[in-house]
Design a protein around this ligand. Structure first.
Ligand code: 5GP
Length: 120
């Protein structure tokens, strides 16, 4: 049985304007904002505006237009933050083993310093 989307998760509340965020950019289908607990000098979250639980749900069920707009916004943020040359890391956590805290699909864009090798 597939999981149900939780309409009361924090990012759903950000999308509804119930909780504020520090917006970086947005497009028709996606929103980018600063992570409240940054793990690097640049730590930005990109989320789809429609309700998808995680990477699998988004990739399986979003329209190709939504997917395209999502990754375009990710690239826009990378360009806006001037980290194309220096580099960055994109992370998406999913489910229990991935330690996903907020059950609305998001990617973390991290940069602004050397991030070391992979996370243990
Ligand atoms: P996850 O563990 O689900 O991949 O990451 C969730 C992220 O959301 C965490 O990095 C956490 O700091 C961030 N976060 C949680 N609540 C809020 C919030 O209210 N506002 C913002 N901007 N980020 C949040």
């Amino acid at each position: 049985m597939s999981k149900a989307y939780d309409n009361n998760n924090v990012f759903a509340k950000i999308l509804k304007g119930i909780i504020p965020c520090q917006k970086i950019d947005e497009n028709k289908f996606s929103l980018a904002f600063t992570d409240i607990n940054p793990q690097a000098p640049i730590h930005i979250l990109v989320i789809p505006k429609n309700p998808y639980i995680d990477f699998y749900d988004f990739t399986k069920n979003a329209t190709s237009e939504e997917v395209k707009f999502f990754w375009e916004l990710v690239n826009e943020v990378i360009s806006k933050k001037n980290i194309v040359e220096k580099g960055f890391r994109i992370i998406t956590n999913s489910g229990k083993d991935g330690n996903q805290d907020v059950p609305h699909f998001h990617v973390h864009i991290l940069g602004g310093r050397n991030l070391g090798k992979m996370i243990s």
